[in-house]
Write a protein that binds this ligand. Sequence first.
Ligand code: PMP
Length: 308
Amino acid sequence: MPIQEAKLIWKNGELIPWAEATTHVLSHALLYGTCAFEGLRAYKTPHKGTCIFRLQDHTRRLFYSARIYGIGIDYTEEEVNEACKRTVRENGLESAYLRVNAYLGYGEMSPSATGCPDDFVIAAFPWGRYLGEEAIEEGIDAVVSSWRRTAQGTIPAGAKVAGNYLSSRLITTEAKNRGVVEGIGLSHDGTVSEGGGENLFIIKDGRVLTPPLAASILGGITRDTAMTFLKQMDVEITEQAIPRELLYGADEIFMTGTAAEVTPVRAIDGLEVGTGDKPITKEVQKRFFGLFDGTTEDEWGWLEPVEG
Ligand code: PMP
């Protein structure tokens, strides 16, 4: 799906025309993957106008990821939040996907370079359903990937950095080549990790299981949102290592992510998940999408209006 261009991109402190937001071909981030980033969504709501979802949490995670790789950010979290809102506003977008990159720019070779500039960009543009229009209702078909996620002590899965997405590329490309939309990666030890760009929830006998942070997952903000709703619903939720075979015996499975939102899994490796009834998944979806149509009260202050 081609990127739907907007007008302006925020780069190093100012909004510049979309086409001028370029970077040198020898930028460190391009050579070595050193780009900490966030993907966020702005939703059009009837009660609070256009709002960025959990903006402060995304910005906090961006600073965490950047810190791990020695990528400097020349702004405060507050300034980044304001710049994100301004980028949506000044592009006149009612809803959008935002991509925020803090990356090492052009100036020095070698993975350990310390002399590259700290560049920072924010783009916002329209983006529909990541896993397809019917995915939210019907669910997606997935396969367990032949590729393992990065092992503990190799490349940290908990930092959201461009280089990590080599793993996601292998997993999702393999899935597409096998005729489905998404792949599920296993950890180095063979337990369940996460999708190419989504966290996983497995429901069995009314209990919910999700892999822990140490299972080479990104600590997803939508994952945290779903866990908050599950607690509200008084559903028992356990973060634990999940053997692969549980995927085949689950009553329901759903995936979460900013792009994927809350998406049910219909079948894994050709086996349908449960009976197709998904009461818990549907309730989580109802509460999640309810945030944006006003039917779920935002008691956490997760909706950040771009105006004002
Ligand atoms: N895992 C991976 C590998 C991801 O890329 C994403 C999406 N950014 C997620 C999980 C979900 O994270 P979030 O809910 O914060 O978007």
